[in-house]
Design a protein around this ligand. Sequence first.
Ligand code: BG6
Length: 504
Amino acid sequence: MIKTSNKKSEPTIFIIFGGTGDLTRRKIMPALYNLFLANWLPTEFAIIGTSSTKTSDEKYISDLLDAINQFSRNGKAKKEEWEKFASHITFQDADLTQAATFKPFGKLIEKYKKQWQKTPSIIYYCAVAPRFFCTIAENISKSKIENDPATTRIIIEKPFGTDLDSAKALNKRLLGIFDEKQIYRIDHYLGKEVVQNIMAFRFANSIMEPLWNRNHVENVQISVTEQIGIGSRGNYFDNAGILRDMIQNHLLQLLCIIAMEPPTNFNADEVRDRKVDVLKAMRKIETGKVESMSARGQYSSGWIEGKEVLGYREEENVKDNSNTETYAAMKLHIDNWRWQGVPFYLRTGKRLFKSASIITIQFKEIPHNIFVSEDAAPPKQNRLVISIQPDMAIRFQLQSKVPGLEMNLNTVDVVFDYAGNKKTDSPEAYETLLLDAITGDQTLFMRADQVETAWELIMPILNYWEKNKEQNFPNYSADSWGPENAEALIAKDGYHWFNLPDNK
Ligand code: BG6
């Protein structure tokens, strides 16, 4: 993760399973192309896209160009640059379920080795439905194509399992073929620019550490709200729900970065050890407390930005009487010295009023107010607000005197924002993560125990929600801030969900 110059890395071969899929088109190829443009890819690299339907290199490359033109943060590709990049791409068809069809990959790897006269790193990228993750790993092993722990890596997309047992089973099968050091489990939130900056902010500034604990922090909120619905993902989402889709991975990882102890160095395992410590210290949610510690919701129809949108149960491939949650909120506790007594509130949902990913650290009230007057409200509590997206900013909310002859206070924001940089200057999460995979840095990838411990934490809620159907679904309308029970969850502790810009 620490890279100070675009020093070229080792020769690399990418083999992308799911090479014609949505993820490849939207994220993986634009990320590789942008790394290429910024001179981060090694001089010797090859991308082999694969899928079961045969196609020519030319057709494959021209389809990818359409994708780049549509999805790259740098806009449309320039002819000359694209042609240079495209000269590194080939297509090879393969049936994921048939080891014999993997043999051509072996031949291609040999070809590049001869051509480069070097031993390349080989990255197998599983950009496919989760049910194929193990099949691919097993067929790599059966077909005896390159699997040397020193030079090969496998990237696994989310979701990693559907519950604790399936995640354990998946880990076991993968670890029967690859070493942990070879497995790169993606949680793309960890590659986001502001998320990476949280570590710099916490551990490269001496003023933060004394404040970062139960003595000064009153509560922490992690909120990832989305305006989009589930679109065409009904098949997947209706079996998953937002607890699995967002909380088990993205939100809990954000929580770990906020709550972790300072690592002694920036090694992948040291950082990940400190994150797992947080998950292990989280108070187990007892079945009897699920109702009081969590809230779930499902959207009904409504209007978003002037357009009428469907309710969740009317979406394509969703059951008419679906009980799947599209919104979840919960309150968590970390039982350790740093955080004892500080509630952590998490919320996330689809079809909400606004898309915004924000972490709010609310500090305690001042111990004694000296600015007492009849018509003045007491000073508001300080907040540190970390906006991950769409705004990228870190702001301190402080109290300050309003200029004038009276002593009146108001809230001012001391802001570090990325607005000064062009939006296209910040690398996308996938660029960071792919470069890390190329250079063999696992810091921002999930280790087996991280994934399992996160599942362990949410299993009581998953089980309870599955057994006890919510009778009031749908219970929030599209374009709202979510269900009332989520407001109640936090209001009963005397707080409210923080939204930007905040006027409360
Ligand atoms: C994915 C979820 O992991 O993250 C989606 O499966 C969600 O449901 C997406 O919309 C959000 O990612 P981002 O980067 O757009 O915030």
